[in-house]
Write a protein that binds this ligand. Structure first.
Ligand code: 173
Length: 317
């Protein structure tokens, strides 16, 4: 009798839980073979194991499923529920998205100092999104070249960009051309561009090392890739579903220290692949680095006088 009662209760519980299981459709702005997506797979596997009857993630795919620059809008409108992407890919929705590259303090600290609250105020209000957490941190961007330079002057060079690098490289005199990551190899191969911006890690995922001769040091900014969710979907979650999601996102975010090792390894591999480092004297290097932030913030604040200054205050060291 007891056994039957238990089974009945368990069944009721399962039915009840099953009734509210939510399956989220997730797309990635980065290709399936990248380290970014490999890490994402680990996150989804753990969440799906624990989330049975509550939350499940259904991975739709990468840039073959949806062009990277359309991902943000798809989350905004609810065409998909969730995405792994970077703010530079959805500046078409709001200029503030690109400010996440300017953070100088790690994500867990931004959770404490009001940074995440401000991000979510803006992301809710302007993009119909809930910003969940950051999955790449501690990772500078660099300029990679096929031609040598001996000072930070890019006059006469055509450089592949996204909004991340646009103002900075233009301020250095470059002609710029925006492309999705998937088009960089061909652009290099055909000599359409003389270089590109990209984080310190990842160029081997795309075989760009075959076409890259130089990396310019120092790096600048802080590469940002994050998980975002459609706001309606987030608001429809029960408290238990939110807690489950955030527990897994925060655990994922806590792995960001691992990028330091990945980045060291990629620096080693770049040297092995024959990529030469172009560096400047200390004063010039500092000017180059400072200019990146100066131009970066000027552009954000111009586009968003409302939120730019607040972001700068909370994101800077
Ligand atoms: O260069 C890019 O495509 C870009 O903007 C980016 C941003 C974050 C991580 C990797 C690339």
């Amino acid at each position: 009798m007891k056994k039957i009662a238990f089974a009945a209760t368990a069944m009721l519980f399962a039915l009840h839980a099953g009734a509210q299981e939510v399956t989220l459709r997730l797309v990635s702005a980065f290709a399936e073979n990248t380290q970014y997506v490999k890490n994402l797979e680990g996150f989804m596997k753990k969440l799906n194991a624990e989330g049975k009857g509550s939350v499940q993630i259904n991975f739709i795919g990468g840039p073959k499923a949806m062009p990277p620059f359309e991902v943000g809008n798809a989350v905004r409108t609810g065409v998909v529920d969730m995405a792994m992407t970077t703010g530079a890919f959805y500046t078409n929705i709001m200029p503030e998205a690109d400010a996440l590259k300017l953070t100088q303090i790690p994500a867990p600290e931004l959770r404490k100092n009001g940074g995440y609250e401000l991000i979510n105020k803006i992301w809710n209000e302007k993009a119909n999104m809930q910003y969940l957490g950051r999955v790449i941190d501690f990772t500078p961007f660099h300029l990679y070249l096929t031609k040598k330079i001996d000072k930070p002057d890019l006059a006469g060079l055509k450089i592949r960009i996204t909004p991340v690098y646009r103002e900075f490289f233009q301020a250095l005199g470059a002609t710029v051309m925006q492309t999705a990551p998937g088009e960089v190899y061909t652009a290099l191969e055909r000599g359409v561009v003389d270089g590109y911006g990209w984080p310190i890690n990842g160029i081997f995922d795309f075989n760009w090392h075959e076409k890259t001769k130089f990396r310019v040091d120092p790096g600048f900014y802080n590469a940002e890739v994050s998980l975002i969710m459609n706001l309606g979907k987030w608001r429809g979650f029960t408290q238990a579903q939110r807690d489950l999601m955030m527990r897994h996102v925060i655990a994922f975010e806590a792995q960001n220290d691992s990028w330091k090792k990945v980045n060291e390894e990629d620096i080693r591999r770049q040297a092995q692949a024959g990529i030469q480092v172009i560096s400047f004297d200390a004063a010039t290097a500092k000017q180059y680095y400072d200019k990146a932030y100066e131009v970066g913030w000027a552009s954000i604040i111009k586009a968003s006088p409302q939120y730019g200054p607040q972001m700068r205050k909370l994101f800077s060291k």
